[in-house]
Design a protein around this ligand. Sequence first.
Ligand SMILES: Cc1ncc(COP(=O)(O)O)c(C=O)c1O
Length: 382
Amino acid sequence: MVVSSGAAEWGDGTRCVHAGHEPPRTGAPLRPGPVFAAPYHLAGAEDMPAVPGAVEYGRSGNPSWTALEESIGSLDGGQCVLFPSGMAAISALLRAVPRPGDTVVLPADGYYGTRNFAAADLARTGVTVREVPARGPWSDEVLAGACLVLLETPANPGLDVCDIAALSAMARRVGALVAVDNTTATPLGQRPLELGADVVVASDTKALTGHSDLLLGHVSTADPELADRLRAGRGRDGSLPGPFEAWLAHRSLSTLDLRLARQAENAAALCAALEGHPLVTNLRWPGLPGDPSHAVARAQMRRFGGVFRFELPDASCVSQLVRRSSLLAEATSFGGVHSTVDRRAQWGDAVAPGFVRFSAGCEDSDDLVRDVVAALDGVARD
Ligand SMILES: Cc1ncc(COP(=O)(O)O)c(C=O)c1O
């Protein structure tokens, strides 16, 4: 299949629409459907190498994956290997890199699923896990002896940002690979490989696909050997994305630029409206000029995204906020077209009971601000 690489000189919107898609052909649909295949027809083993890109079985390859991998890889600036979820991508990386006796550094304040995997599965393979929060402290001593440093920035749910370029240089000094969980930012918000990281991992369940209707993840790297190792491991252990999910994700990626622009606009408008509200404390969004992470975020992020966080006095205030709103859903995910609220303490994150991770959706800013402020004012009156 001939696919467009989404030439680097094109802007974000153009690449999102075109990357990984075949050029238009007379009489063919602009968006051909997904390819569903377990075995592929084999004319005979000796003919296989003569058919470019031919695969023999659905565990080794699928044109719907290839097209999406081409597209995400061109946005990340590396080779992309798709996985059926963000956790499948992260666990594949954590299985592929450290050996028994090695040490990995993981985010202490990032997505809890990564720490759960490390505690339940990595520890018994003899790998030592060191946890460091995004804000540090970082030093050669903290990284000493590590073979892999996984950063998550902005970290979910606290939204602290760490300096990818500086930490990549530090990791290189001690001989460690740097991977960045880029779920919150997406490649349109931040390009870790350009900033010096070796690997990107992401849950594409979130903003990248953005419609709250599928699970998917990926690893991107400019190291062809690591990409081959991950692809081979995926074929061996069968941690495979579904072709329909891959196709749906590719379709959704076309509007990523538009969705992120509206989500960031809504996050900015909501932060402006909530800052100073009597019930709201500890409001954080990397895009806020007064945010402790703003300087680093402004230097390395291309846009700030739609996720912000704040605290209400207690858990019941969060429930009341959602009940009083006509637009908010309570959901434990983010980056979708719907605005959602997640009270993170219920999932065991070390945050206050009234801590809210707010994911601004694609509704009209005026509607959203009016609805959320009216709901909060109602909670304050109760
Ligand atoms: C930052 C981050 N990384 C990874 C994951 C895991 O992704 P998935 O749910 O697609 O397995 C999540 C899920 O919330 C996440 O927020």
